[in-house]
Write a protein that binds this ligand. Sequence first.
Ligand code: ADP
Ligand code: ADP
Length: 228
Amino acid sequence: LPAIYLNGIYKRYGNNENNVEVLSNINLEIANGEFLALCGPSGSGKSTLLNILSGIDKPSLGYVVLLNKLLNDLAEKDLASLRSKHLGFIFQFFNLMPVLNAFDNVFYPLVLNGHFDTKAATERSLHCLDSVGLADLRDRKPGQLSGGQQQRVAIARALAHEPQIVVADEPTGNLDLATGDAILDLLLNINQQTGTTFVISTHSTQLKARAGRVVEIRDGGLAYDSAK
Ligand code: ADP
Ligand code: ADP
């Protein structure tokens, strides 16, 4: 069974019939362990599609099956619980808490997530910061870290609960080329070592070149799929 299955997805914002359709009949299967780059011009609906496949937003029409669960049937609290257990998120602007140091940015979400006690959360946080190369900088706040270092903290946070799927919205979009390449190396490594599925919206030619699969959205539909 695929990790993610989208069937006949349409998305139109608002209720007005005249509103533009952002997504139109999207059909997509993403297997466990894939490293998928989702491309397309700005405004083509990449973020919308990521939000729909992760159950943050609902399609106007169509089915979403995430980790063998039909999301259409789930209540908001069950969607939230599914996300907090099995999904990790990485963003373009890192979305770290500025008042917390690197350790606490990883540790607190893990404890608040409710599935780990303080001891387990501490061990996992230290382990994840170590695996992104930031063990020595764990006492620093985001403002005392470079962009690449902040994204490493965000990656540690996204992975600390060992999610099956990581959803990343332009994770290298706010980094210079060399820093972006290092972040890409890290994500590819994690994918290869752990088998975690990655779905990544991106404009980066490096990321597209090295992704296992490239899918492009254009005019609301899937214009290209390297797996087809
Ligand atoms: P991308 O991530 O490819 O840049 P988005 O998914 O962010 O594209 O946006 C696709 C289209 O949907 C854009 O035209 C955008 O203005 C519109 N859109 C996105 N979110 C909303 C929203 N919450 N309400 C209304 N329109 C939206
Ligand atoms: P030592 O190297 O002396 O064994 P560490 O510096 O690795 O100790 O950390 C000791 C404990 O302190 C860790 O197990 C962890 O629980 C906690 N800890 C470490 N860094 C932080 C931090 N930035 N914020 C909160 N707790 C931390």
